[in-house]
Design a binder for this molecule. Structure first.
Ligand code: AMP
Ligand code: MG
Length: 412
């Protein structure tokens, strides 16, 4: 317990949390949630062989010696059903998505044809069977599982749910999250300005970190460093699935959070992790909730959220991908490392051939919130590292926004 590594602490957290259950939501509201049921197709899609082009449905043998002139026997639009069978020397005018008529085995696009009269068309090219035909069931087959429980609902998943006409969807319930700041020195966002106080940044930074996950947390406010007031706030917070408390988790004489939580029946699993920033970092389990005691320093609080609260919340939301994506990239400068704690350096990333160049955001003090406001990633310096030379290959956890870039991508 005295020397708990980040990985070991993460494992305790992830093992302890439970999924809060399942609920039904409307299709319009399900984006970002996690499916709690397998979804099966309830029809073949397309329901029959359909044309992929505006053009003519015909018998490929008839155009083996193209050009050839064919008789147009009917017009088939998307939504129409063919009424005739295409015989030798005949074709049907067909629109994208319309069913291929019996007798025809291929489709040729209008650009490869030439009108002769209202009822006749000249086909200019030869064509193989099944050209520009989307076969029945190409998109999905009746009865097959098209979406699995555990999948995150992305726009593509929403489209598929609409395709199978799901009005209501079973998803994992979201944990209810409460946030509490502690400290006599704190000045609330709406309190009058007092130059001697410390603005409560943590409540809002943590709020935003929770919001990024698609959850709207409740801000409980600021508890003073006074045991009875703190007890009342913490008791209120324990009514939520997850309580985030920042400050007061250290070993100072006014750091009452840990003993007060214990007095309220919270079983503390750990209260210190070998990391920098974020040494005083507590996690406890109560009857119906999980409590994270985050360090008061704003950067530490945010980094501890990233490493412990984020995977916990994502697991509770039903996600299986619960950690930040990491990349391997090139460090542009030396990073010193003397102690034996895992360090999370706030970094910026610049694209370079085949990878990214990684550069520190600058001063890394745990009270210097600018290091977080500039950060595109957290570079991991392993506990046992003796320091990293410029040019080293390093691991970076990508923060939000890293799914986007300035340049238009690809070659087109
Ligand atoms: P603590 O963990 O309570 O000893 O706090 C450590 C440092 O973090 C102190 O300098 C506090 O003023 C600062 N701090 C604590 N809570 C907050 C907060 N909600 N917003 C900004 N700074 C804070
Ligand atoms: Mg404090």
């Amino acid at each position: 317990m005295e020397h708990l590594s980040v990985n070991a602490a993460q494992a305790i957290v992830v093992r302890s949390v439970q999924l809060p259950g399942i609920e039904s939501v409307k299709l319009e509201q399900c984006l970002g949630r996690v499916l709690a049921e397998d979804i099966r197709a309830n029809r073949d899609q397309p329901p029959y062989d359909v044309s992929a082009m505006d053009g003519f449905a015909l018998r490929s043998a008839d155009v083996a010696n193209a050009p050839a002139t064919l008789l147009i026997i009917e017009d088939i639009r998307a939504g129409d059903m063919p009424t005739k069978t295409v015989q030798a020397g005949q074709c049907a005018r067909i629109m994208t998505g319309a069913p291929v008529p019996p007798g025809a085995d291929t489709v040729i696009r209008v650009e490869d044809t030439q009108a002769v009269s209202d009822t006749q068309v000249q086909i200019n090219v030869t064509v193989k069977p099944n050209n520009d035909i989307r076969p029945r069931g190409e998109g999905m087959r009746n009865g097959e599982v098209v979406l699995q429980a555990g999948m995150e609902i992305t726009p593509g998943v929403v489209g598929m749910l609409a395709m199978v006409k799901r009005i209501d969807v079973q998803v994992y319930r979201q944990p209810r999250v409460a946030i509490l700041s502690t400290g006599d020195e704190l000045e609330g966002l709406h309190d009058p300005f007092n130059a001697n106080k410390i603005p409560d940044a943590n409540s809002y930074a943590l709020m935003a970190q929770v919001q990024v996950l698609g959850i709207q947390p409740v801000l409980l406010g600021i508890a003073r460093d006074e045991p009875e007031e703190l007890r009342q706030y913490l008791q209120q917070g324990l009514k939520y699935d997850v309580l985030l408390v920042s400050g007061g988790t250290s070993v100072g004489v006014h750091d009452y959070v840990r003993p007060t939580l214990e007095a309220l029946g919270v079983q503390m699993k750990f209260w210190r992790v070998e990391m920098k920033p974020g040494h005083p970092m507590a996690f406890g389990v109560a009857a119906d909730s999980f409590v994270f005691g985050l360090p008061g320093n704003p950067v530490s609080s945010m980094v501890c959220f990233e490493e412990f609260v984020l995977p916990a919340l994502r697991r509770m939301m039903g996600h299986t991908r619960i950690y930040r994506r990491t990349i391997t990239a090139r460090l542009t400068h030396e990073v010193k490392h003397k102690h034996s704690r895992t360090e999370f350096v706030r970094v910026m990333l610049a694209r370079e051939e085949g990878s990214y160049a990684v550069t520190s955001t600058g001063a890394q003090g745990s009270g210097i919130l600018a290091s977080m406001s500039k950060a595109e990633g957290l570079m991991v310096v392993p506990a046992e590292s003796k320091g990293m030379a410029a040019g080293s290959s390093v691991t970076v956890q990508l923060l939000d926004g890293m799914a986007y870039q300035h340049e238009a991508g690809g070659e087109y």
